[in-house]
Design a protein around this ligand. Sequence first.
Ligand SMILES: [Zn+2]
Length: 323
Amino acid sequence: MDTLKELKTIYELQEIKDDIIETEVLSHVEYKGKKFPLISFSIGSKDPKAPTLGLFGGVHGLERIGTHVVLSYLSSIMTQLKWDEELRESFKNYRLVSIPLINPAGMAYFKRANPRGVDLMRNAPTKANIENAMPLLSGQSYSKKIPWFRGDPNEMEIESRSVVEFVERKLFQSQMSLSVDFHSGFGLKDRLWYPYGYTKSASIRQPEIDKLTNLFNETIPHHVYKIEPQCASYAIQGDLWDYLLDEHISRGQGVYLPWTLEMGSWSWVKKNPLQIFSAEGLFNPIKDHRYQRTMRRHFLLIDFLSKAVRNHKNWIGHESATI
Ligand SMILES: [Zn+2]
């Protein structure tokens, strides 16, 4: 069977043997007689309280670039660990965790949704009614033949459940944790979204979100991101990160802030209109220099977040984060 190239890279990373790198197969998704694994990585401290950064990608099968950014970052860190003693030292009190490809069957078959037609980013149970819903796009329960199908939020899909269980296990006990889920496709700019998607009301984590935003703006003043709540772009019902934030607030430890990076692919299409004729091209940069630039430019953000989470005591000023 030919293997999806992204899975091949994941298998190669699994082969890297190092005491501080752990990989797990969280679950399998079956489709058309093939089995696709959901694989996770965990690098660094095993102390559940250690500050933790989570990197996620490939929720939407068409948005390969998100998985590529996560994989190239992981691969760079794993390579660096072979020679960089300071980096290795920093992982004694810090953990980097990742599921780089959440919807492998979707990616293998060029689908946004999972094989059962469910949009995994609309699949979580939500406690509140959505505000300012847009027809269909915000999540719909009519048919899996139409995009943005929510499936059964009371019985989440294997992929969504695996993400939820992994985040609960790896991030919920941490004194401070951040996660970024890499997507592409909306708008001209790269947007960094924070919860909520379903309501314009701020979460009780807004003060910490503001502090991290200010720290980022001051530290990297010329960054490219538009930072805003998810619902400022469009409302979503069943967003996994909304759900995980609320779950964490009700029963987690410390502070957890989930972010979503939506890489604005319309600018790629604008610069290369031929991309419009390819389903994948709408969501991924095709020209090589643009691809390389996309890989590089988000490393700065990930490095910043990894430093921010490790040094949270110096900027968060929050009792619960200093336990
Ligand atoms: Zn997406």
